[in-house]
Design a protein. Structure first.
Length: 136
């Protein structure tokens, strides 16, 4: 543990601990905050998902947006990696494909901050497959 020598050191420690506590509290109640899941399977990592995830973590913190960023396994959209699922409080998940840092910035500014849908959404098609199977 670092020694606290000045009032500024104490403030930095306080801010750091507050951030850690907020992350813990948010992870216990994820439905109250923006949730971002970055697919980090082999195909996602090789397509740049690590950089995308790092960008989300740093930019959301910098812009003071209350969010939880986690990694997940394969979302089965290998053709569109890196893929990112975003869940706004009280809304259905939206999956975006080909998310580099530029697209991540657009997701933050347009979708997360303003609720505006943007290009790059992967349409949900698993419901159609399930419905087709019921007809058989």
């Amino acid at each position: 543990m670092t020694k606290i020598k000045t009032l500024d050191d104490l403030r930095k420690l306080r801010d750091s601990l507050r951030t850690e506590m907020n992350i813990r509290e948010n992870s216990e109640h994820p439905d109250r905050v923006v949730q971002i899941r970055v697919a980090m399977a082999t195909c996602g990592i090789s397509s740049g998902a690590k950089e995308t995830m790092d960008f989300f973590v740093s930019e959301l913190k910098k812009r003071q947006i209350n969010a939880v960023v986690t990694q997940t396994g394969c979302m089965s959209y290998c053709y569109a990696e890196p893929t990112v699922e975003v869940i706004l409080p009280g809304q259905q998940p939206v999956v975006f494909g080909h998310v580099d840092t530029g697209k991540a910035d657009e997701i933050i500014e347009s979708y997360i901050k303003k609720g505006e849908l943007i290009d790059g959404i992967i349409p949900v098609n698993h419901r159609d497959v399930e419905q087709d199977n019921r007809r058989i």
